[in-house]
Design a protein around this ligand. Sequence first.
Ligand code: FES
Length: 102
Amino acid sequence: MKDIKSEAQDCKVQVLVCTNERPPGKSCCHKLGGQDFYLALKNRLKQEGLYNTHWVTRTGCLGFCNDVGTTVAIYRQGQSTQWFNEVTAADMDSLWQEIVRE
Ligand code: FES
């Protein structure tokens, strides 16, 4: 096992976006735009030059499945984790403000 703490120290914020896909008939973030939201957020971080300090990761089920939108968690060094669900493309700007706040 290799300790990569020094390699990961540039990460100030890590955003997890559920893109989990479940069988037909069951709610899942993949069907509700999770993958598109993940890609849009990843592109915005690149465009804004924040990709090295603000990481975005797609995940499996985060345990908050619903019929409205995807589940997102924001981890920030030294602060409590923020959790959001029912996130849709319309929420990108408000979620972005949460991601880039100091
Ligand atoms: S499938 Fe995304 S929270 Fe369960």
